[in-house]
Design a protein around this ligand. Structure first.
Ligand code: F6P
Ligand code: MN
Length: 324
């Protein structure tokens, strides 16, 4: 069976040439990252880097390696005006004539690296605005402005999941020749859910409405929902959202009373927004307890946000518990 390769898909979708170059550049570097991940301990790339990122999180060697690889790949593209990464304290100006700003999480779920479990690269492409050189202010655009977003999931197969604003497509890496081939072109998240995803160990720290909502899911057939729900938690947002795009469900990372001044754990500009773009393009929803995430006006490149995403009806119900 002949499958459509990523460059042909982008051509068929009439994606602007400069944007194509950004997506293809990210795809190409992800193949190299997947090779480093596959070598693992044999390449001496596992373990801690011995430093903290701007969020105060311990960096893994592979966080730093993946960040440097993506940064170099993007900086070589004339279409990229600037980039911002989870692992970079400040935004990085690139080409003054470039049309796009790229934000990324080079290796999401990196605590999974040392247990040979799934991780991913998340990316978001925004139009440039403002004058050169690029400043943080130029990046602070609502997720609604994204021109493209996606992730690469490094799992049993390597998959690129992409939206350029015209639905969501999934590509699988052909390891024999390093090309991404289209394997799913009409990704849809069913409106109703049978499965939820949350770090249950934090239950006692959530706000009362989230505790009540999850308690009602867990009480299953005997509770007010009169329905049993399954639960899954991979602890890599990429992998948990991938499951939702494949077979539906609800994912949430809520606010937590241990850090009352921190909105949530996940970052708006390189986790929630790109995943939100995909989820909405697949017919799902992404909200905080207050409103739609893609409408948030960012105030800071590394800002955090509570996230409720997935099946439209289930997201609406979860938000409703908070707004009652
Ligand atoms: O990037 C943050 C992240 O690693 C996400 O990928 C994941 O969903 C979450 O943190 C896991 O959090 P926890 O450590 O609470 O399971
Ligand atoms: Mn992450």
């Amino acid at each position: 069976m002949s499958r459509v390769a990523l460059p042909q898909y982008l051509e068929n979708a009439a994606v602007a040439a400069e944007l194509q170059s950004v997506i293809l550049g990210l795809a190409e570097v992800s193949v190299d990252i997947s090779k480093s991940l596959a070598k693992g301990a044999l390449a001496g790339v596992l373990g801690a880097a011995g430093a903290e990122n701007v969020q105060g999180e311990d960096q893994k060697k592979l966080d730093v390696i993946a960040n440097d690889m993506i940064k170099d790949a993007l900086a070589a593209l004339p279409a990229v005006r600037g980039l911002a990464s989870e692992e970079e304290a400040e935004v990085v100006p690139c080409h003054t004539a470039g049309s796009y700003l790229v934000t990324f999480d080079p290796l999401d779920g990196s605590s999974n690296i040392d247990i040979n479990s799934m991780v991913g690269t998340i990316f978001s492409v925004l139009p440039h605005r403002g004058e050169a050189p690029v400043t943080e202010q130029d990046f602070l655009q609502p997720g609604r402005h994204q021109q493209a977003a996606g992730y690469v999931l490094y799992g049993p197969s390597v998959m690129l999941v992409l939206s350029t604003g015209n639905g969501v497509a999934m590509f699988t890496l052909d390891q024999d020749n390093g090309t991404y081939l289209l394997t799913e072109s009409e990704v849809v998240i069913p409106a109703d859910a049978k499965e939820f995803s949350i770090n249950m160990s934090n239950q006692r720290h959530w706000a009362a409405p989230m505790q009540a909502y999850i308690a009602d899911l867990i009480s299953g057939k005997d509770g007010p929902r009169a329905k049993d729900f399954n639960m899954r938690w991979v602890a890599a947002m990429v992998a948990d959202v991938h499951r939702i795009l494949c077979r539906g469900g609800l994912f949430t990372y809520p606010w937590d009373s241990r850090k009352p001044d921190q909105a949530g754990k996940l970052r708006l500009m390189y986790e929630a927004n790109p995943m939100g773009f995909l989820v909405e393009q697949a017919g799902g929803e992404i909200w905080t307890p207050e409103g739609k995430i893609l409408d948030i006006q960012p105030e800071h490149i590394h800002q955090r946000v509570p996230v409720i995403l997935g099946a439209a009806n289930e997201v609406a119900l979860c938000v409703d518990y908070h707004q009652r």
